[in-house]
Design a protein around this ligand. Structure first.
Ligand code: C2E
Ligand code: MG
Ligand code: MG
Length: 290
């Protein structure tokens, strides 16, 4: 047992030290996942997702991002990702005028409450000659619950500057309804678990409820994790405007995103009408657009 625990501790130490080294030398890449308009199926934006290869093997950000947070090195890593994303977006805006509406960057709780974060965002936008609304910051519910006061202050300042805030993985945290109407957010990202559950008994009601909530709160909605046409067309029918997922495209490196924009073609497979079962399940009044 001791040997096993010791080996695991060694592994962890090795990983931490490699991660510190990688952050110091910016040994990461940013991949971009297209966000499409469900109506036109054209790419209207990208989500920026950080990638790390350790000894030639990819490590999931779900593993190393929390580690970077614990080690207190998420700030330089996050700043680097934001700069890369803004630089790329500026390039694409010039090269493909009119195609893109925005780029999103994931921001962790620690970054949000870090001293000078708002200034860092403003600087990054100015340096790359972007408009503030070009950048959307994705924040999870848990980030807001961890430090509600200081987080809310940062979000208010960012929104006053013109940057938009998206609530990531919406529905998986435990935002209380009483809290929700005060949340300074511009859009909700429907977590992929709800999209996957669209056709499981009782679950479409969840997506419907989130869309109804978004209408009440007057926020936008982006569906995550769309993997087939049935999900895409149902979400569209329910009034969801933007979506992302493997069905349209996986997260891709910048040169591939470039090629995708150059091709300027709709993403995903052949469109079909939503199945009749869906039409029965949702009354007409819920089918109006948000
Ligand atoms: P997230 O922000 O919710 O990102 C969505 C995740 O779902 C991504 O995983 C993406 O590759 C994956 N995904 C997209 N479409 C589909 C689909 O159709 N099916 C399935 N099964 N998965 C899909 P990824 O890239 O592994 O990132 C995991 C998480 O790591 C992200 O979740 C985010 O919370 C975090 N993360 C990634 N990059 C950054 C970053 O630069 N900063 C921070 N703070 N967190 C990041
Ligand atoms: Mg995200
Ligand atoms: Mg998400």
């Amino acid at each position: 047992f001791d040997a096993h625990v010791h080996a695991r501790a060694q592994d962890r130490l090795g990983l931490e030290s490699d991660l510190r080294h990688a952050v110091k030398n910016a040994e990461f890449e940013v991949h971009y996942q297209p966000i499409v308009s469900l109506e036109s199926r054209m790419c209207v934006g990208f989500e920026s997702l950080v990638r790390w290869n350790r000894n030639g093997k990819p490590v999931s950000p779900a593993d190393f991002v929390p580690m970077a947070e614990e080690l207190g090195i998420i700030e330089p890593l996050g700043a680097w990702v934001m700069q890369q994303a803004c630089q790329k977006f500026a390039e694409w805006k010039t090269r493909y005028p009119g195609q893109l509406e925005y780029i999103t960057v994931n921001v962790s709780a620690r970054q949000l409450v870090q001293q000078g974060f708002v200034y860092l965002v403003e600087q990054t936008i100015d340096r790359n000659r972007l408009a503030p609304a070009d950048l959307r910051l994705e924040i999870t519910e848990t980030a807001l619950m961890d430090a509600p006061q200081s987080a809310a202050k940062a979000l208010d300042e960012l929104r006053a500057f013109g940057v938009k805030i998206y609530l990531d993985d919406f529905g998986t945290g435990f935002s209380s309804l009483s809290h929700l109407h005060k949340l300074p957010v511009d859009a909700l990202k429907i977590d992929q678990s709800f999209v996957r559950g669209l056709f499981v008994q009782d679950r479409p009601a969840m997506v419907e409820s989130i869309l109804a909530l978004a209408r009440t709160l007057q926020t936008g909605v982006v569906a995550e994790g769309v993997e087939d046409e049935r999900q895409a067309s149902t979400l569209e029918q329910l009034g969801c405007r933007h979506a992302q997922g493997y069905y349209f495209s996986r997260p891709i490196p910048a040169p591939k995103a470039d090629a995708l924009l150059a091709a300027h073609a709709p993403l995903g497979g052949v469109r079909q009408p939503a199945s009749p079962q869906t039409t029965v399940a949702f009354p007409a009044r819920t089918l109006k657009s948000a």
